[in-house]
Design a protein around this ligand. Sequence first.
Ligand SMILES: Nc1ncnc2c1ncn2[C@@H]1O[C@H](COP(=O)(O)OP(=O)(O)OP(=O)(O)O)[C@@H](O)[C@H]1O
Ligand SMILES: [Mg+2]
Length: 330
Amino acid sequence: MTEKNLKKQQRDKKPAAAASPHAAQVASGSLELPKPEQTRSLTVANQKGGVGKTTTSVNMAAALAHHGLKVLVIDLDPQGNASTALGVEHRTGTTSSYELLIGEATAPEAMQQSPASENLFCIPATIDLAGAEIELVSMVRREYRLSDALNRGFLDQEGFDYVFVDCPPSLGLLTINAMTAVNEVLIPIQCEYYALEGVGQLLGNITMIREHLNTNLHISAILLTMYDARTKLAEQVATEVRDQFGDVVLNNVIPRSVKVSEAPGYGQTVIDYDPSSRGALAYLDAAKELALRGDYQPHESTGPIGVSPEIAEQLSASAGAEEPEIEVDN
Ligand SMILES: Nc1ncnc2c1ncn2[C@@H]1O[C@H](COP(=O)(O)OP(=O)(O)OP(=O)(O)O)[C@@H](O)[C@H]1O
Ligand SMILES: [Mg+2]
């Protein structure tokens, strides 16, 4: 079977969450989420603006924290939107990701607890970070500043289960720092016109970072955001993304919902602002899916794109059986 057919087969199969007997338990929250063996660190990236990076970072984090997992969000966007949504201080002068990157503060010094949950922490971003792209250029190990600051035992000592790094809408040094500090990339894709615009370039950058800066980096999840079930367009985009990327795309999609967009105005995630809203439930389900399925690693034939273990096995088997392929007339 070709890779393309496999992807089609995956797309056609029923969403696991809907089909499995676990689904009701998962949806009701009665299913315990597994603690990962090691801290799972994810960069939430897409250089296209306004696709739901920040909303995804804070709500996935809040959803996992809601289930008792210890989660850190690192705000690496000078806009500081993730810090706002998590209700943490980020006025100028606050110790932030900027000081962390330039080596003026340690991670414990920059970290704050979110008022939303005792399990949820944030290293905020202040407007100072806007100058960091330029300041970093002349610094030693400029691509690894975040990685160096985090990997001095900090994540283990603190016992974090998940780390999400919210990136700015660019592929500059801040995003590169995010990608050398983690293994996994989560790409939010907005179900709108030009959804895949720039995704090729993002893939190219991830491939380059894998080759030169961080061999472990891979795309472990793609999340469809702002899905409007009333439009054909949303469905078309979803189908196109699933066709192109296979089962790395989460089955759960995030609907367009006013509650999701209102929540940051109250310094909250939608999980706290309105836990029973469609948006909150969708993020809870997507977070459960991400936690339950674990890290999707790439197969040697899929570049930086992760696949489920089942698909990886099928790809290996079909690669072994590939030649000679004999056409049989019937
Ligand atoms: N599911 C949703 N339903 C409705 N509005 C949403 C949804 N997700 C995000 N939004 C809104 O869309 C806008 C962009 O979302 P967000 O800030 O998360 O994107 P972003 O990719 O982080 O943007 P930027 O590139 O500027 O950092 C925000 O106003 C947000 O509240
Ligand atoms: Mg953002």
